[in-house]
Design a binder for this molecule. Structure first.
Ligand SMILES: Nc1ncnc2c1ncn2[C@@H]1O[C@H](COP(=O)(O)OP(=O)(O)OP(=O)(O)O)[C@@H](O)[C@H]1O
Length: 309
């Protein structure tokens, strides 16, 4: 399978700040990859480098085999980045915005019909002649995504595309993105702080922490791998008399998390296997029953971003 993105040993510094630290990152053609990471992890920097908006301090970046540093004009023909919608021209109509971006992107054939079709697809035809500044934020973001598609890019980079967008519009955007991948073979990299969003559409997940890609794999492999490392346990105490004993588990080094959710129930995160966990409960004189819960992407994310990986 050929690579849509190949980053080798990419570092990007902003003065003293190391936004990306020797990153190696690849995406296969036609995949949807979800990029997760805490605020300031370097997600936007990574996307800006791939889309030629900024240069890396060192390292190599290729998109579909083409060097994004040496041949940025070629690469710009087939990559679009969607970040916030401030890139739109407020004083133009949605239609005029699409035409403008089409011209900037050198779209020569059928620009007008492409613009009209995109307005139709995104449910924006009724606002065709309204000034963009008077659209709702959800519609501005739809227009922003439509703008990114006017040049029919092979690679779409979406930097938090549904931030501050209502439920219906976010769902529409997710479905549209999926459709673009399925029907039009687009490769998509999407960053988000919403785990469920990424879970729903991405075939692979990459987690960036402090400028480094800590993990990148299929969701199913990530979960399987973590099931061998940690257990999330729901414990039900025989009575609330054991609550103080339960709380004393917080001081144990193998208890990574303990959340009391009622006087008799708690959720525990631990790498201990069943027999050792049983022993620990016995040592702390804790009586009750427990069950292993399904590990979610959020559990994995929290484990990684707390530096336990
Ligand atoms: N133009 C810049 N000048 C100085 N520092 C910058 C610049 N752009 C990014 N940084 C710094 O680089 C680091 C990575 O920022 P980046 O915006 O890539 O993170 P992010 O993962 O996208 O964060 P968020 O989730 O908050 O959007 C941060 O410490 C940020 O302050």
């Amino acid at each position: 399978m050929s690579k849509a993105i190949e980053m080798k040993n990419v570092t990007r510094k902003f003065g003293e700040v190391i936004a990306l630290n020797n990153v190696n990152f690849e995406i296969d053609e036609k995949k949807i990859v979800g990029l997760l990471g805490p605020n300031g992890a370097g997600k936007s920097t990574l996307m800006k480098i791939i889309s030629t908006l900024i240069l890396p301090s060192s390292g190599e970046v290729k998109a579909f085999g083409i060097d994004v540093i040496k041949e940025k004009n070629t690469v710009r023909n087939f990559i679009s980045l969607v970040s916030d919608y401030t890139v739109l021209e407020d004083e133009l109509t949605p239609y005029e915005n699409l035409i403008l971006f089409g011209k900037i992107s050198n779209v020569k054939e059928n620009l007008k019909s492409k613009a009209l079709n995109l307005l139709e697809d995104f449910g924006l035809s009724q606002y065709k002649n309204r000034l963009t500044k008077n659209l709702s934020s959800g519609n501005k973001q739809k227009l922003n995504i439509a703008r990114s598609l006017i040049k029919d890019p092979k690679l779409l980079l979406l930097d938090e595309p549904t931030i501050a967008i209502d439920v219906e519009t976010s769902r529409f955007i997710r479905e549209y993105i999926l459709d673009q991948n399925l029907k039009n073979d687009k490769t998509i990299l999407i960053s988000s702080h919403y785990m469920w969003e990424v879970e729903q559409i991405a075939s692979e997940i990459a987690i960036l922490v402090d400028g480094k890609i800590v993990i990148q794999d299929k969701m199913i492999n990530i979960i399987r791998d973590f099931e061998n490392k940690i257990s999330i346990i729901e414990i039900e105490l025989e009575s609330s008399d054991y609550l103080t004993n339960l709380e004393s588990l917080k001081n144990e080094k193998n208890i990574f998390g303990l959340k009391i959710i009622s006087p008799t129930t708690a959720i525990i995160e631990t790498p201990l296997k069943q027999n050792h966990f049983d022993e620990l409960l016995k040592n702390h004189n804790i009586k009750g029953s427990y069950r292993n819960m399904k590990i979610s992407l959020e559990d994995v994310y929290s484990y990684i971003t707390k530096g336990r990986y």
